[in-house]
Write a protein that binds this ligand. Structure first.
Ligand SMILES: Nc1nc2c(c(=O)[nH]1)N[C@H]1C(S)=C(S)[C@@H](COP(=O)(O)OP(=O)(O)OC[C@H]3O[C@@H](n4cnc5c(=O)[nH]c(N)nc54)[C@H](O)[C@@H]3O)O[C@H]1N2
Ligand SMILES: Nc1nc2c(c(=O)[nH]1)N[C@H]1C(S)=C(S)[C@@H](COP(=O)(O)OP(=O)(O)OC[C@H]3O[C@@H](n4cnc5c(=O)[nH]c(N)nc54)[C@H](O)[C@@H]3O)O[C@H]1N2
Ligand SMILES: [Mo]
Length: 705
């Protein structure tokens, strides 16, 4: 006899479409149309493991505060006063608003904010779908760079001539030493394989050195060693490590000769031949707050271990001079001969650092243009416009897959920018602070509610099936854009007459996947080689396969880089003059959120309380005890939250985990602990990217209300 339908559990392969390297292969267990649990997908390798965000994703899909109906704003921006309307009314309103802006101010007056919401999909990709739409509308103004990796993306081609400098995570099984330099891999994930691979190495007894101002969860790995460092001073410590390697004769000169140019110029800087200031561990101790003896020990371990993988987090480049920290990490891996070797690494960003299997994806229909604004400075561009030297006057915001009133630096400035534009549209799943400031909100589906192909940034493709139906009145971003395109006069251009599933079929047909049925059934397609190391052709034969740098070699000194106005070699820069408050603040990510996503979801909220991490000595100086409510302030803003006082963070540094939506009271104080109340939009140069870890603050006991 057949089982009644409600007792049959189906399993459907799904894959988190999130910005943490994403693409963990998972299985949704569905009974009577509802997900009852999500587990790892056994079709993946045992190294592919999800995290709480994937296993509990249904908590977000079924959250009571999901946006279910289109809305139009009725009260002042930010008030949260909206009326629920029909889809027709909302889409008509959005289309006519955009048309009016375009006709009144020209096509280049609309800016796209967001994109990271679901940024790994071939089709349901908040970035490419929105870019395609705005390009077809004729809007030409583009944001360049991103909050994540601007400095790294900027410098890597100067050194290697390419961004493809990563490794497959499996190659770490050959490492004799892993240095996680500002990388909290166990929480701040770079895809689904790194945590298990690094844990495996640690379990085997491979030393894992974690260089971080705070005791992150990664420090809790077996045999892990925590090296404390003041934020933003990584270049200085790296220079001192190199000083030691040179002095201990642990530099691989034949390797440098064969594969690199410019080491002698770096060496002159390190030895102080140019500026009379040798970059000794004692010199670095003053800057980094790390005892010289520890720096010497680190250099000794590094010089002796072959091969060694120095893996930088993106945190080290989200700093003033973050460009140089990335370049110096590459110099270290070159000096020790660890680039291009199994078990080594390039010293560059691991993320998305190698080609992925061939597969079709949504075309953004780019149009040539020259109106570029650095993403980090979008609110400045809106507030200051052409008069302030920006290329355009922005009059409208199109927000999809972003929550920049929480995540963009300087929330107060961002609110002013949102209040200045004449029109704003948002596709969202939740009433985020950003959605609250928009004129039209269109409720969007969740990744579990639609079919897609995922690019997890490894040599894999994942298929993510539609596990559940979206709530009745919720649409996919793709369908929303199709309907708007109809209204704005390019009906067939956007969709090319295809439904979502027809696009997916097409992308798979364009892919290298031979067995489509198996791909859809298992959810996993593996590229051929899972043990790749970036630049392997070059290392196999540097003369036959030169790099795309001017010299054809790895450029540790780059004349092209010098044209940006900064030295050809990486040097330590220091903090900016305006950063005058006594404590440095870092704002890293949480295991239980992806940026600010899920910060409103009860299951995730229950697992983390926001508090300001503070060292005991800094707290004592200010008369603060553990758990007391403190004010944290600088020239950008002010927050009030409890202090968490311990030795888990080094003296002189405080830490506020990022990704809490601000809750700003009438006197302008945030009570949620939103990190970006205190960050500034002053970028690191020349990349014009984020410097959210180069922030100073003061802390004091909050006066009771
Ligand atoms: N769980 C989870 N995973 C994520 C994300 C998330 O929100 N949640 N976000 C994803 C995204 S979008 C990105 S771009 C990446 C971000 O990746 P990262 O930038 O690497 O992440 P962070 O958590 O900011 O920082 C990593 C560690 O560096 C430390 N740190 C901070 N400043 C410094 C510094 O100046 N020097 C040194 N040596 N250490 C420092 C922090 O304390 C933290 O433990 O992570 C991705 N992965
Ligand atoms: N202080 C500080 N600030 C930071 C950082 C830091 O380290 N410190 N990290 C920075 C980094 S690296 C990044 S990448 C940014 C990220 O900042 P954001 O791009 O703003 O990322 P989220 O906060 O995750 O917001 C994504 C939004 O997209 C929505 N969403 C998810 N999926 C979909 C979908 O399919 N369709 C639609 N329409 N919406 C969807 C979610 O509900 C969520 O509100 O934050 C940056 N901000
Ligand atoms: Mo990011």
């Amino acid at each position: 006899m057949n089982k009644p339908l409600q007792r049959i559990t189906q399993t459907i392969p799904v894959s988190c479409n999130k910005d943490c390297g994403a693409g963990c292969p998972l299985l949704a267990h569905v009974r009577a149309g509802r997900i009852i649990k999500i587990t790892n997908n056994p079709a993946g390798t045992p190294y592919m493991k999800g995290c709480s965000k994937g296993y509990q994703a249904m908590q977000a899909a079924y959250a009571p505060d999901r946006l279910l109906k289109p809305m139009i704003r009725t009260g002042p921006r930010g008030s949260g006063d909206f009326k629920t309307v029909s889809w027709d009314e909302a889409l008509d309103h959005a289309a006519s608003g955009l048309r009016l802006i375009k006709e009144t101010y020209g096509r280049d007056s609309i800016i796209f904010l967001g994109g990271s919401g679901s940024c790994r999909g071939a089709l349901h990709n908040t970035s490419s779908l929105t870019n395609r739409f705005l390009n077809m509308l004729g809007s030409n103004v583009k944001l360049y760079g991103n909050y994540s990796s601007s400095a790294s993306d900027f410098v890597t081609p100067f050194v290697f001539g390419t961004l493809e400098v990563g490794i497959d995570a499996g190659t770490l099984q050959h490492s004799e030493l892993i240095i996680l330099w500002g990388a909290n891999i166990m929480d701040t994930r770079f895809g689904c394989e790194y945590p298990t691979r690094i844990r495996e190495a640690a379990n085997k007894g491979v030393p894992v050195i974690v260089i971080d101002p705070r005791k992150s969860n990664t420090v809790k790995l077996p045999h892990a060693q925590w090296v404390q460092i003041r934020p933003g001073t990584d270049t200085a410590m790296m220079a001192a490590v190199l000083y030691e390697l040179i002095g201990n004769d642990q530099v691989d000169y034949p390797y440098l000769e064969k594969y690199c140019i410019g080491f002698n110029r770096v060496k002159n800087y390190i030895l102080g031949s140019d500026d009379n200031r040798p970059k000794t561990p004692e010199w670095a101790e003053q800057i980094c707050g790390t005892p010289a003896g520890i720096i010497k020990k680190l250099a000794e371990m590094y010089g002796n271990a072959k091969p060694a993988a120095l893996i930088p987090g993106l945190s080290i480049q989200r700093n003033i001079g973050g460009e140089e920290a990335m370049r110096m990490a590459m110099v270290l891996q070159a000096a020790t001969g660890n680039i291009g070797k199994m078990g080594g690494a390039s010293g560059g960003c691991l993320w998305d650092g190698l080609p992925v299997p061939e597969c079709g994806e949504m075309d953004t229909a780019d149009i040539p243009g020259d109106l570029f604004i650095p993403e980090y400075r979008w609110p400045d561009a809106i507030l200051e416009g052409k008069e302030g030297g920006h290329p355009v006057d922005i009059k409208a915001i199109y927000n999809v897959g972003g929550n920049y009133l929480s995540q963009g630096s300087d929330i107060n400035k961002n609110i002013r920018a949102f209040n200045k534009v004449e029109f704003s549209v948002c596709h969202e799943q939740f009433m985020t602070p950003t959605a609250k400031h928009c004129d039209v909100i269109l409720p969007a589906s969740f990744f579990l509610e639609r079919e897609d192909i995922l690019f997890p940034g490894m040599n894999y493709l994942f298929y993510s099936g539609k596990a559940i139906d979206p709530p009745d009145s919720v649409k996919d971003d793709y369908d929303i854009f199709c309907e708007l395109s109809d209204r704005l006069g390019f009906p067939d251009k956007y969709s090319e007459g295809k439904t979502s599933s027809q696009w997916i079929e097409q992308f798979i047909a364009e892919s290298e996947i031979a067995d489509v049925e198996q791909f859809k059934q298992t959810g996993v397609y593996s590229g051929k080689d899972q043990m790749r190391i970036g630049l392997s052709d070059f290392f196999a034969d540097p003369l036959k396969n030169p790099l795309k740098t001017p010299s054809g070699k790895i450029e540790l000194a780059s004349e092209n880089y010098a044209k940006t106005g900064f030295p050809a070699i990486p040097t330590y820069r220091g903090m900016a003059d305006e950063d005058k408050y006594p404590l440095r603040m870092i704002t890293p990510s949480s295991l239980h959120r992806i940026n600010s996503s899920y910060c409103n979801i009860q299951w995730f909220k229950d697992r983390e309380t926001q508090a300001l991490w503070m060292n005991i000595s800094d707290a004592e100086k200010r008369g603060i005890t553990n758990g007391e409510v403190v004010s944290v302030w600088n020239s950008c803003g002010k927050i009030r939250i409890p202090a968490s006082v311990s030795e888990d963070i080094m003296p002189g540094v405080v830490c506020l985990i990022q990704g809490f939506w601000p809750d700003i009271d009438d006197d302008g104080t945030d009570r949620a602990g939103a990190a970006n109340m205190l960050t500034s939009t002053e970028p690191t140069e020349p990349c014009m990217g984020s410097r959210t870890h180069s922030v100073t603050v003061e802390v004091g006991l909050a006066k009771s209300d």
